[in-house]
Design a protein around this ligand. Structure first.
Ligand SMILES: [Zn+2]
Length: 105
């Protein structure tokens, strides 16, 4: 597992190219700066939900979608955001703290 970082880097650039430089979930163009639209490698089905650590389970997602998706499976994430992409905040921190508060109550 020592070269996991390198492997991820390699797959990230391949996935970004395969997806025309756009996020798998929200279709926004990736930003090369270290912003919320920076590209990340996401496991469509999280490992903790039985997803496999294989290429078939990888997509390139912006940091924002990756963070908002959290450990939900992509299906529930997509179902939730399908009609609400325009409501997705550029900076998800506010929404995440709100969601965490609601989960606690
Ligand atoms: Zn996105």
């Amino acid at each position: 597992m020592a070269n996991r970082g390198n492997t991820h880097k390699k797959w990230r650039s391949r996935l970004v190219r395969a997806q025309n430089g756009r996020c798998y979930y929200c279709s926004r163009k990736f930003d090369e700066d270290d912003s919320w639209l920076h590209s990340t490698v996401d496991h469509m089905q999280p490992l903790c939900l039985g997803g496999k650590n294989t290429v078939m389970n990888y997509v390139a997602a912006c940091k924002r979608c990756n963070v908002l998706k959290g450990n939900e499976g992509y299906k529930s994430f997509m179902a939730f955001w399908k009609n609400a992409w325009h409501m997705m905040p550029d900076d998800p921190r506010e929404m995440i703290s709100q969601m965490m508060k609601e989960n606690r109550e």
